[in-house]
Ligand binder design. Structure first.
Ligand code: HEM
Length: 84
């Protein structure tokens, strides 16, 4: 069973965390990343899904997209139910 803290959080660099925290994107915070709340764009887990959308389209991080292995790990975390 994948967990955010063990399998996903270590993939975010200090510069990722620092740059995005100032924009309210708190992916170093397991509570923020596992918030089940939806919004206008996503029916549920809007924070985690918006982060994944930017990783998947390769627009983030700006200095180079995640590998397909890392994207697959994130997808497995989603499939396993967004465990903290
Ligand atoms: C794994 C790393 C990163 C992820 C997952 C990520 C994720 C995101 C997300 C989800 C947004 C949209 C925010 C919104 O719509 O409210 C965004 C926007 C943005 N991010 Fe990142 N980010 C990452 C790294 C970075 C880094 C390192 C920088 C700065 C050097 C950066 C600069 C920006 C900027 C300027 C925007 C606003 C413009 C845009 O939407 O393209 N990000 N990012």
């Amino acid at each position: 069973m994948t967990s955010f803290t063990k399998d996903i959080l270590p993939k975010f660099r200090p510069e990722d965390i620092g740059c995005m925290r100032s924009m309210g994107v708190r992916f170093a915070d397991p509570n923020w990343m596992t918030d089940p709340g939806g919004d206008a764009d996503y029916p549920d887990y809007a924070n985690a899904r918006r982060v994944f959308a930017k990783l998947q389209d390769g627009s983030m991080p700006p200095d180079g997209a995640w590998s397909s292995e890392w994207l697959a790990a994130y997808e497995a975390w989603i499939a396993d139910g967004f465990n903290p």
